[in-house]
Design a protein around this ligand. Structure first.
Ligand code: MLT
Length: 205
């Protein structure tokens, strides 16, 4: 038995290709642990998939941390929830015998993945951040040498100003991560282009 209980509702699909790192799938606001499974299977065929459901509710909508308004985060809650998620990853890795996963997060899930990179970098082998923004108003310093990150932003995204996504790229690069950013001619929603770019990037890892 694990000393710490896994108290995230989650799905785990074992991988069939041991050469692929597992993916940690992190859904957006109002999503759940099933949302990104098809996307995960398509971008990393044969990879194990670990997909928790966010434990915060905004009305009836699951999220990974509280916000005060759209794009304005409750940073104390974000920090606590980031550690909780990192602890879950540790327990799940022992239970399912997994190497460190690559996060694949969308929107709110991408934002907590960015926070994981900054606060608990050992939790992740890398990250694909779909429509991510800077999780903290004042950028944190971190040690991310050797981490690879793909950020896919929407040029027409009404939720995330281009300057905010650019700030996240800078923060991660200054911490030593190798960051690729794609700016797609789309809004906040995901497109076929996200899928093919994420798939290519994961194949190159
Ligand atoms: C967030 O709250 O994480 C971002 O505003 C994205 C969203 O979930 O709408």
């Amino acid at each position: 038995m694990d000393a710490v209980t896994i108290d995230f509702i989650h799905v785990f699909e074992p991988g069939t290709d041991p050469s692929r790192p597992p993916l940690l799938l992190l859904h957006g606001t109002g999503g759940d642990e099933r949302d990104l499974l098809p996307f995960g299977r398509m971008v990393a065929p044969g990879a194990g998939l670990l997909s928790p459901r966010g434990r915060v509710l905004e009305g009836a909508m699951p999220r990974f941390f509280r916000r005060l308004a759209e794009g304005v985060f409750d940073e104390a809650d974000l920090i606590a929830r980031t550690h909780e998620l990192a602890d879950f990853i540790e327990v799940a890795r022992r239970r399912y015998d997994l190497p460190a996963p690559v996060a694949l997060g969308f929107s709110n899930g991408a934002n907590i993945a960015a926070s994981l990179l900054l606060l608990r970098p050992e939790a992740l082998a890398g990250a694909v951040l779909l429509r991510a923004m800077s999780p903290f108003a004042t950028p944190l310093k971190a040690e991310l040498d050797g981490k690879q990150v793909l950020i896919l932003s929407g040029a027409l995204d009404p939720i995330i100003p281009a300057e905010n996504a650019a700030r996240l790229v800078r923060t991660l690069e200054e911490a030593g991560a190798t960051v690729e950013q794609g700016i797609l001619p789309t809004g906040h929603g995901l497109s076929q282009v996200d899928l093919s770019l994420a798939k290519d990037w994961i194949a190159r890892l």
